[in-house]
Design a protein around this ligand. Structure first.
Ligand SMILES: *Cc1c(COP(=O)(O)O)cnc(C)c1O
Length: 477
C-alpha cells in the first residue's frame, strides 16, 4: 500500500474521553451518549481518511474532539427552547401556534405536581377529568355538553368513528380539504371506517344537494370550515343553520368542523372599528351552537389562544357516546393542558382576552404602536452598528395556523439589508435565544407584531450578536 491509512494512530475511545477537551462532558451527559458521539466521530474520521483526506498525525485527536463538541452543540440545539417569533405569522405552527397567557403558564406549572385532575375536593369522590372546563365552555358558548381531546384532528377522527362508523357522512366537494401535514379528510373518513358521500361541486353546493343525498344509511352531514383556503367568485354553500333546517331525522347528526375556535368579540369589552379583531370574518363557536349544530369541533391553540387540544361541543345526546367510547381514553388530555385550557377559558369568560391573551393582543395592537417600537429598536441598533443598513418599513402580518385565510394585518418591521440574507437568518436562528425572521431577496425582515414587549431587549442583543458575527466572518475571509 503506497499510502498507509493511519487508523492505528487513532487514540482509544477511553483516552479520548479522558482528554482535557472532552472530560467535562462526563458531568453533563450520560456516559453512553458521550461514547456514542466519540464512536461516531471516529467513524467519520475513518471515512474521511479513506476518501483521501490527509490529516497530520498530531492533529488527529484534535480533529475528533472538534467533531464530538460539534455533536454536543447540535444536541443542545435540539432541545425545545423559547424562540423569538419575528415572522409576523401570529399562529406559527412550527413555533407551537398560540403562545399561552401568563395566567395559563402559571396554572400549568402548578398542576405539574400532584393535582386534583380527577378528584372532587368537596366530596372526596372521583370526578370526570375536565369537568370544570366543560362548565366554562357552557358559559362561553351556550353548549349543552363538551368533551376534550388532543387536537382538532383527533376530534374529527373520534366524532366520525363514534357517530358514523359503517355508515355514510355527506360532505360538499368544496370542503374535502387537506388540513396540513398530510391530514386529508378522505383519508380520515377511511380510517374511521366511514363511507364518504361527496356532493355538489368544488365551487357550488346547494341545500338540495344534501337533501337528495340523504338515505337510511346517512349518519351525519358535515361542514368543514375553509380555514386555510378561499373559494372566491362564483361560489356558494349552505350555512350551518341551513343544514340544521334541512335535517328531517333526529338520527342524523349535523357536524360542524370550525377549526380555528373563534369565540367572537362579545367578550372583548369595547372595541373600535380600527381594531383588527373586528375584521375577523370567522364563523363563531356560539353561532354554530345557536344555529343548532349537533357537534361543533375546533382547536384550542388557534384563535382561542390556549394549549393544543381539540374541543368538541354539542348536544348531550351526541356528546355522551363520545365520552363513553374506547377512543376517549386514548385521546384524553393531560393535566398540564387541562390547567392551561381552564385558565384560557376563564380569561375569555372574565372579558380579559385583550389584556391577557397574547394572540388577541397581537391581533389588536395598533400599527402605530408597533412602528414606535421599531423606531426605538432602530435607534438603539444604529448607535451600535451604523444606521445605513437598517430601516423601519410597513409590512403585513398574517394570522397563519390555518385560520382566517387571506386576512393580513398591517404592521411594521425592521429591515436589515445584507448580501446574504439566508446566512443572516441562520445566524439569528442559531443564537442562544433563537430568533426566527423573514427572509427577502436582499434583506432580513423582523416583524414586531409577533414579538412581545418583554422580549425586545433579547431581540436587540440577538441582532447585535448576529451582525457582529457577520462582520467577523467577512474579516476572516
Ligand atoms: C386546524 C384545523 C383542523 C386541525 O386542527 P388541529 O388542532 O391542528 O388538529 C381541523 N379542521 C379545521 C377546519 C382546521 O382549521
Amino acid at each position: 500500500m503506497s499510502n498507509p491509512v493511519p487508523f492505528r494512530s487513532i487514540p482509544s475511545v477511553d483516552r479520548l474521553l479522558r482528554s482535557e477537551d472532552l472530560a467535562h462532558l462526563d458531568d453533563l451527559y450520560p456516559r453512553s451518549t458521550v461514547v456514542r458521539w466519540v464512536r461516531e466521530a471516529i467513524q467519520e474520521y475513518r471515512t474521511e481518511v479513506s476518501a483521501g483526506k490527509k490529516i497530520p498525525q498530531e492533529k488527529i485527536a484534535n480533529h475528533i474532539h472538534e467533531r464530538v463538541l460539534h455533536q454536543e452543540k447540535l444536541y443542545r440545539g435540539d432541545k425545545i427552547r423559547p424562540v423569538i417569533n419575528a415572522t409576523g405569522i401570529l399562529l406559527h405552527t412550527n413555533l407551537g401556534r398560540a403562545p399561552l397567557a401568563e395566567r395559563a403558564i402559571e396554572r400549568l406549572t402548578q398542576a405539574a405536581g400532584a393535582s386534583n385532575v380527577e378528584l372532587n375536593l368537596h366530596s372526596g369522590n372521583r370526578n370526570h377529568r375536565g369537568d370544570h372546563c366543560v362548565e366554562l365552555l357552557q358559559g362561553l358558548t351556550g353548549c349543552e355538553d363538551a368533551v376534550l381531546v388532543n387536537n382538532c384532528a383527533a376530534a374529527t377522527m373520534m366524532v366520525l368513528q363514534t357517530t358514523a362508523q359503517g355508515r355514510e357522512v355527506i360532505i360538499s366537494r368544496g370542503q374535502l380539504v387537506e388540513i396540513g401535514g398530510g391530514f386529508r379528510l378522505p383519508d380520515v373518513f377511511r380510517s374511521a371506517g366511514v363511507q364518504l358521500k361527496e356532493i355538489g361541486t368544488t365551487n357550488r353546493t346547494y341545500v338540495a344537494d344534501y337533501e337528495s343525498a340523504v338515505t337510511d344509511q346517512t349518519a351525519a352531514v358535515m361542514r368543514v370550515h375553509h380555514s386555510n383556503y378561499q373559494i372566491n367568485g362564483f361560489a356558494t354553500e349552505p350555512t350551518i343553520a341551513d343544514l340544521v333546517q334541512m335535517k328531517r331525522s333526529k338520527k342524523i347528526a349535523v357536524i360542524d368542523d370550525l377549526g380555528s375556535g373563534w369565540l367572537g368579540t362579545q367578550f372583548f369589552g369595547p372595541t373600535t372599528e380600527r381594531d383588527s379583531v373586528c375584521k375577523i370574518q370567522e364563523p363563531s363557536v356560539a353561532e354554530s351552537i345557536s344555529a343548532g349544530a349537533d357537534l361543533t369541533l375546533f382547536s384550542g391553540d388557534k384563535l382561542l389562544g390556549g394549549p393544543q387540544c381539540g374541543i368538541i361541543l354539542g348536544k348531550r345526546h351526541w356528546i355522551e357516546p363520545l365520552r363513553k367510547s374506547a377512543l376517549m381514553r386514548a385521546m384524553r388530555l393531560d393535566k398540564l393542558t387541562l390547567a392551561a385550557l381552564e385558565a384560557t377559558l376563564e380569561i375569555h369568560l372574565e372579558g380579559k382576552a385583550k389584556d391577557e391573551l397574547p394572540i388577541i393582543q397581537m391581533l389588536s395592537e395598533e400599527p402605530k404602536a408597533i412602528e414606535d417600537r421599531c423606531k426605538c429598536l432602530e435607534q438603539e441598533l444604529s448607535a451600535q452598528i451604523g444606521g445605513d443598513r437598517i430601516d423601519v418599513i410597513a409590512c403585513e402580518s398574517q394570522i397563519g395556523g390555518g385560520s382566517v385565510p387571506g386576512m393580513n394585518v398591517s404592521s411594521f418591521g425592521l429591515l436589515i439589508r445584507t448580501q446574504k440574507p439566508q446566512k443572516l437568518a441562520t445566524r439569528l436562528r442559531r443564537l442562544n435565544s433563537p430568533i426566527q425572521a423573514r427572509v427577502t431577496k436582499d434583506a432580513v425582515l423582523l416583524d414586531l407584531r409577533t414579538v412581545p414587549s418583554n422580549r425586545l431587549d433579547l431581540l436587540r442583543e440577538g441582532i447585535e450578536t448576529a451582525l457582529n458575527e457577520e462582520v467577523g466572518a467577512r474579516e476572516q475571509s
